[in-house]
Design a protein around this ligand. Structure first.
Ligand SMILES: N[C@@H](CCC(=O)N[C@@H](CS)C(=O)NCC(=O)O)C(=O)O
Length: 311
């Protein structure tokens, strides 16, 4: 199949597992897309003008619209290219619950395990940056190493849950086709391949899990072209945010055109401020303005984020 050409740009770095989820989602939808390499640690001077200060990885851009968080990136890709779907009706509810577990509960001990095993081989400044991101003091290398073994005890039973889901021989977690649960779980499992020291022996007792991982990897990344960050900034500057769908504010929500602020509720908890551009039960988008890109619409999911009205 010839990849479908798009104007999408993914701001990412190669060893980011959440970026791997996004890359694979692009591949699943058969897309041609562009990648901007962003730094793995703050500051990110060519990203944050586009996001109003959101610094996590990855971020999806189309002109002057920017989607933060892979949960929302999945929804946006699905809206643009409905088939093949991330959300087969037979998996609804269960798939989102598994995805939430994988990213909220399974991810953090896995990150602490893999980073702890690789404590001496991480890019400079990474341990300090990640501690700050989580509001923790800078750990000693010894503490990072020790955390690996504590977290391994949290990782092992959760790896077994994945193996158990696949134990009847089904090809994907919830049946015959991959769904959002597979993408959200796969990128955590992908992380075990580690950086310098491979951590995949944790997966070795489970051949069906390994076969599932191969099937997911085979989806590929579509067609990726690397571009310079300045190209992405120039595209944002030249564009204006797309007209939003009609908003459907929920009880107590800030209304379109009111000022509001949004931040992640788990880590990287810096507020992003702007005027409400769009709001419904699943998404809030703020209009943010600065000299580098002019006006951009920054889209966030509701789940996993806090918001406050400012007027
Ligand atoms: N819920 C977010 C989580 C993103 C996330 O935590 N990404 C990691 C990289 S794998 C990150 O942002 N680390 C800090 C950074 O890159 O600055 C999503 O689904 O996109």
């Amino acid at each position: 199949m010839t990849p479908r050409r798009t104007s999408l740009i993914l701001h990412q770095y190669d060893f980011s597992n959440f970026a791997e989820k996004a890359r694979l989602m692009m591949g699943f939808k058969g897309l041609a897309w562009r990648a901007v390499e962003i730094p793995p640690i703050a500051p990110k001077p060519k990203l944050t003008p586009l996001t109003g200060g959101y610094r996590r990885t990855p971020v999806l851009q189309d002109g002057a619209d920017v989607w933060c968080d892979t949960k929302l990136i999945a929804r946006e890709l699905e809206r643009r290219v409905p088939q093949p779907t991330f959300y087969p009706p037979s998996t609804s509810g269960m798939a989102d619950a598994i995805a939430w577990w994988a990213e909220q509960q399974f991810m953090r001990p896995t990150a602490l395990y893999v980073s702890g095993i690789n404590a001496d081989h991480m890019p400079e400044g990474l341990h300090a940056d990640r501690a700050k991101l989580h509001g923790l003091p800078m750990p000693s290398i010894e503490a990072v190493r020790k955390a690996a073994f504590r977290n391994l005890q949290l990782v092992r039973p959760q790896v077994k849950w994945i193996a158990d889901m696949l134990s009847d021989g089904r090809p994907y977690l919830l049946g015959d086709a991959p769904c959002i649960a597979d993408f959200a779980t796969y990128h955590v499992v992908w992380f075990f391949r580690g950086r310098h020291i491979d951590c995949r022996e944790v997966l070795a007792p489970y051949p069906r899990l390994l076969a599932w991982r191969e099937r997911m990897a085979a989806i590929g990344h579509g067609n990726r072209i690397d571009i310079d960050a300045d190209v992405a900034l120039a595209e944002a500057r030249a564009a204006t945010p797309a007209s939003p769908r009609p908003s459907e504010p929920q009880e107590g929500d800030p209304l379109p055109r009111q000022r509001a602020r949004v931040r992640a509720s788990d880590n990287a908890r810096d507020w992003i401020e702007g005027e409400v551009h769009f709001i419904d039960a699943d998404e809030i988008a703020l209009l943010h303005e600065n000299d580098e890109v002019g006006q951009v619409a920054v889209h966030f999911p509701r789940l996993g984020y806090d918001w406050r009205s400012m007027s």
